[in-house]
Design a protein around this ligand. Structure first.
Ligand code: ADP
Length: 398
């Protein structure tokens, strides 16, 4: 079975064509700046790369272009579009309606539209992508895989906010959590690497990238996570503020006469390690600036490491202990010094980092010492393969 994995952003479309007989990635690529003057497609296959710069006014044109290049005589990997058996879509918000991936039907589309109100930046482009694929590949089954689904097992005591109860029942205000596909993948993968069933492990997964979240995964089920009603909550991120006293929002809006949109931009785009350092949202830049003596860059890093360590402690308490701590995503997979700084002081928990083993990037690796009772691992995430696996499973059952 050949599955096309599609991840649509507001002006981008990432794709991977996966042969599910052996999970081989046949081709992958990215369409950027859809609807903007300098739109382009970057396509990679068999170790080769091709860039096409042309006008790509909307997502439908983008999907058409992707299908054209996948079937192209020179850089294609399939003879015709008919070789694609199913399409798996990343969908950011599935609300409470979707606790698992699902075949997309007209009813599902209606439910997705409803969820858009909760993720106005993310869900509309996901829906546009699904509609574009449906229009160009009629009859090919489409599957939705939700960032929120894995977290639907959280108990009410973890997902409720201390607000009037009606805000939950009527406005659906609660913690949803994000990066669920990544957290689910890493939990399964570390269990495999350790040779222990996931049902026997208490895992704290640290997905640390531009956006960061931690998840407490107890015996295979998510019991808590740091992101909340939106992906703005939790630890300090590249440009997002993470958890702050909610009264600050009112105070800053009043004092600076900001609209809700301006405040939203301040918290989502101008805060986090960028806002603190004034240098960059990129952790590599921050590391360099800190080494050159930039104190605000060092402060931003210190805050990030401290907040991640604090959440690890919180989740160990939430699960009555922890067996394994995993690091994934850009910073988690590559940030050797970041992992070392986060793990500093976790010895009380039984988690001891091995500096030699920690000198590793981008591959499955044990990084704790032999006498560490809590194991620590680097596990590179792979959300695309999760989407492809779910798509295969759902379509095979039809
Ligand atoms: P996104 O949330 O956009 O998917 P990624 O998971 O790709 O983000 O993570 C991007 C982050 O990973 C950037 O801040 C980048 O600096 C960081 N990163 C990549 N390589 C390294 C490295 N060698 N050391 C520290 N951070 C790194």
């Amino acid at each position: 079975m050949i599955v096309l994995v599609v991840n649509c952003g507001s002006s981008s479309l990432k794709y991977q064509l996966v042969n599910m007989d052996n999970e081989e990635v046949m081709a992958k690529g990215l369409v950027e700046k859809i609807g903007l003057p300098d739109s382009q497609l970057t396509h990679k296959w068999n170790g080769q790369k091709k860039e096409i710069k042309q006008s790509i006014p909307d997502h439908k044109v983008a999907v058409k272009l992707v299908l054209d290049i996948l079937t192209d005589a020179e850089c294609g990997v399939i003879k015709s579009m008919d070789a694609i058996d199913a399409v798996g879509h990343r969908v950011v918000h599935g609300g409470e309606e979707f606790a698992a991936s699902t075949l997309i039907t007209d009813e599902v589309m209606k439910a997705l539209e409803k969820c858009s109100a909760m993720a106005p930046l993310h869900n509309p482009p996901n829906i546009i992508g699904i509609n574009a694929c449906k229009a160009i590949m009629p009859g090919v089954p489409q599957v939705g895989v939700f960032d929120t689904a894995f977290h639907q097992t959280m108990p009410a005591k973890a997902f409720m906010y201390g607000l009037p109860y009606e805000l939950y029942t009527e406005d659906h205000i609660r913690r949803y959590g994000f990066h669920g596909t990544s957290h689910r993948y890493v939990a399964g993968e570390v269990a495999k690497v350790m040779g222990v069933p996931v049902e026997k492990l208490r895992i704290i997964n640290c997905h640390l990238g531009n956006g960061s979240s931690l998840a407490a995964i107890k015996y295979g089920k998510c019991v808590d996570t740091t992101m909340g009603f939106t992906p703005l909550a939790g630890v300090l991120m590249g440009t997002r503020c993470g958890d702050i006293d909610p009264a600050i929002v009112l105070n800053v809006m009043d004092n600076h006469n900001l609209s809700t949109k301006e405040m939203d931009t301040l918290m989502n785009k101008k805060s986090g390690v960028l806002g603190i350092s004034g240098v960059s949202s990129d952790f590599r830049d921050l590391g360099e600036a800190a080494k050159e003596g930039n104190e605000r860059a060092q402060l931003a890093l210190d805050m990030f490491h401290y907040q991640v360590r604090k959440e690890i402690g919180a989740f160990a308490a939430a699960m009555g202990g922890v067996d394994v701590i995993t690091f994934t995503a850009g910073v988690g997979e590559n940030g050797i010094e970041d992992r070392a700084a986060i793990a500093e002081g976790l010895e009380y928990l039984g988690a001891k980092l091995d500096p030699q083993r920690n000198d590793v990037r981008g591959k499955d690796a044990l990084i704790s010492t032999d006498d560490s009772t809590v194991k620590m691992y680097v596990i590179p995430t792979n959300e695309e393969i999760m989407i492809a696996r779910d798509t295969k499973e759902i379509v095979s059952k039809q």
